[in-house]
Design a protein around this ligand. Sequence first.
Ligand code: NAP
Length: 250
Amino acid sequence: MTATRVLLVTGGSRGIGAACCRQAATAGWDLAINYLRDATAAEQVAADVRRTGRRAITVQADVADEAQVLAMFARVDAELGPLAGLVNNAGIVDQPQRVDTMSLARLRRMFDTNILGSIVCAREALRRMSRRHGGPGGAIVNLSSAAARLGSPGQYVDYAASKGAIDTFTLGLAREVAAEGVRVNAVRPGIIDTDIHASGGLPDRVQQLAPQVPMQRAGSADEVAAAVLWLLSDAASYVTGTVIDVTGGR
Ligand code: NAP
């Protein structure tokens, strides 16, 4: 791809989101790198993007907070210009718990971040990209999880359910806007070696589960990002409403 296009990656400061930002820069995208807490990490990703010759801004915003999401999109409009792509990557897990011990506060935080955050970001992207709103078209990629198929019993059924919602949202939205120049797809990673497992109190989760993966190993953030970048690219111009498993066969 040679023409410059603007891509917003939520949760772009580390893990899969950071890998998406770096690969997208190489593919010719200018980047808006969203993060929640770690400004230094986001700035490091931005520096890597700029080294490729592409533009990059970092934008602090909690995707679970609508006002912060609106402010984030306004900054992207003002500082980078028309949006052409969104990667709904920001997502959280929580400490392992059975459903019969989960608090409503935990469920709200999980669903506000993983479901409502993705839907509100998609809404704002559509208002800019859809031909129905005078936009030029674009692409949205949502980060689901193999948990949507597996259910994550005993660990985080709430997380798995939030990703099941992402799969259904992807299918419905893709069909709703297919005639408006916007493609909507999802990637379902399996066990990927990032910090998300430690953030859920399971720092050894990757090592413990890797032997259960048919390929006998965890995946890397770059292996997930490669699928995301393909879905964003013109090579996937006839692909919408689909979910790609990047799971080593799990
Ligand atoms: P990660 O390493 O924990 O990184 C999460 C990123 O999201 C960070 O950049 C974090 O920013 C940001 N973030 C967290 N909460 C946010 C919020 N409320 N608003 C804005 N940004 C927020 O995660 P990951 O492993 O790369 O996972 C990325 C996506 O892939 C998630 O949706 C996850 O559910 C999905 N996934 C991951 C795996 C896996 O095995 N790793 C498997 C299946 C699906 P700060 O660092 O600034 O807090």
